[in-house]
Ligand binder design. Structure first.
Ligand SMILES: [Zn+2]
Length: 293
């Protein structure tokens, strides 16, 4: 996505990584070769990589600058984090994430709010960084906005077994923020102000939220992981293997696609390939994603 204006809001993104990342069926169990066959003509080469057969996926943060605040939505995988479930997330280092943020004119000190759609490892990583062997908030002046329902769910699980449930991400990327006194626990419909608010979209995780933006009659929504790939526009009933409640996730996705289809609301996705943003349009009994560079 190119940087753009949404009314008074300035929108940009920082792309941490992009490339072939998952075999479709590994991420979305119903996306078998047979089920994808009717869609290959539009999936190749931009959504499925012809060389590997894998879904091309982005990991990114959206940078939202209102008149009052600089806000970061989701913080990718981060660096130096031990992760055992997904090899490319393990001990990542040498990314351009902070340099690319600085290139947008945003130093870590300038971030006022960090908003996490949910607390999976690829959405909280840059919440913290390693300094002298300790995890400290990367954005020292920011308030980190966590949905209370999401935090309580993961905190309880992490207390039982930190590795099993969130691959260590609660321990190294969420709890240090709370310990530093930078976290704000909110309801899943919390409004930061009249331009930025949470919209509950549970299912992928129990307290998953999307982030709505509006200014001067212009609208956008950061979906989070209620949808992972454009193939789910054609098959919104297909939930990802990582969804906590697959039935609820499907209901939420269908409701979201219905709500925003044929609207002027720009959808900022978490993982769709570049340009990653666009509009939902109806196609037959389902939907299609019209990318907007
Ligand atoms: Zn994700």
């Amino acid at each position: 996505m190119r940087p753009r204006q949404l009314g008074e809001i300035r929108l940009a993104r920082v792309l941490e990584t992009e490339g072939p990342e998952w075999l479709p069926q590994a991420l979305i169990p119903q996306a078998t070769p047979e089920n994808l066959a009717p869609h290959r003509h539009w999936l190749m080469p931009n959504i499925i990589d012809p060389a590997t057969g894998m879904l091309i996926m982005a990991t990114q943060s959206y940078v939202v600058r209102t008149r009052h605040h600089t806000i970061l939505i989701d913080t990718c995988v981060g660096e130096h984090k031990p992760r055992s479930y997904h090899a490319s997330w393990n001990m990542r280092s040498g990314t351009r994430y902070l340099a690319d943020l600085a290139a947008l004119g945003v130093q870590p000190e300038a971030v006022d709010f960090v908003m996490c759609t949910h607390l999976h490892p690829d959405h909280v990583g840059w919440n913290t960084r390693l300094v002298d062997g300790r995890w400290v908030p990367t954005f020292p002046n920011a308030r980190y906005v966590f949905a209370r329902a999401e935090y309580d769910f993961w905190e309880a699980k992490a207390r039982r077994d930190p590795k099993k449930f969130a691959d260590g991400s609660i321990i190294d990327s969420v709890l240090p923020v709370v310990a530093a006194g930078r976290a704000v626990m909110v309801g899943t419909d919390h409004a930061l102000d009249d331009q930025v608010w949470l919209e509950p979209s549970h299912g992928h995780t129990p307290g998953h939220c999307s982030v709505r933006l509006a200014s001067q009659g212009r609208n956008a929504v950061m979906s989070g992981d209620l949808i992972h790939s454009p193939v789910q526009c054609a098959h919104p009933e297909w939930s990802s293997a990582g969804c906590f409640d697959k039935a609820q996730s499907a209901r939420t996705r269908i409701e979201f696609l219905n709500r925003y289809a044929e609207s002027d609301t720009l959808v900022l996705t978490a993982h769709f390939p570049t340009p990653s943003v666009g509009y939902v349009v109806r196609e037959g009994n389902a939907f299609r994603f019209r990318f907007d560079a």
